[in-house]
Design a protein around this ligand. Sequence first.
Ligand code: OFO
Length: 179
Amino acid sequence: MITKNVEKAINEQIKREEHSSRIYLAMASWAERNGFPGAANWLYAQTEEERIHMLKLVHYLNDRGGSAIIPALEAPAAKFKSLPDVFQQVLEHEEYISASINELYATCTKEKDFTSANYLQWYITEQIEEESSVRSILDQINLAGSERGGQFLMDKEFNAMAAAKRAAMALSGGANAVT
Ligand code: OFO
């Protein structure tokens, strides 16, 4: 049985992961409307991945005898200054999520819930990849610059990264890969 403090903390993380999904969905829609189809493709894939992060926690909490509560969410931003601005915000958001996962882990160890702490190791490792992939995207966007040729190549790169992300999600069993 899970403690009330851990249950509350996991429910807060469920909200953050679902909110991440909605933030990236709004960014994907902006990129699609503003002539960045490759970036939109990557952001749509990222939206799906965040939903999997949320669903894994929902299943985990319910499996442990807790109650996963699906929260109301504030609306995400709909407009952005530029593509670099979008990905700078993605990076900052992922850094925030990494910090929140660490806090959740700390709550679990404080409550001596080592089962949940162990489960969260997956999220801790995942955040390394989440942050580093966005840092690499930002570097590539800056290298590509504003030239059409550079943007065309960057778009192809985004499509390849989105395909790799979807393949990895399918391989891991998606949201069904619980506990
Ligand atoms: Fe769920 O990792 Fe991003 O937010």
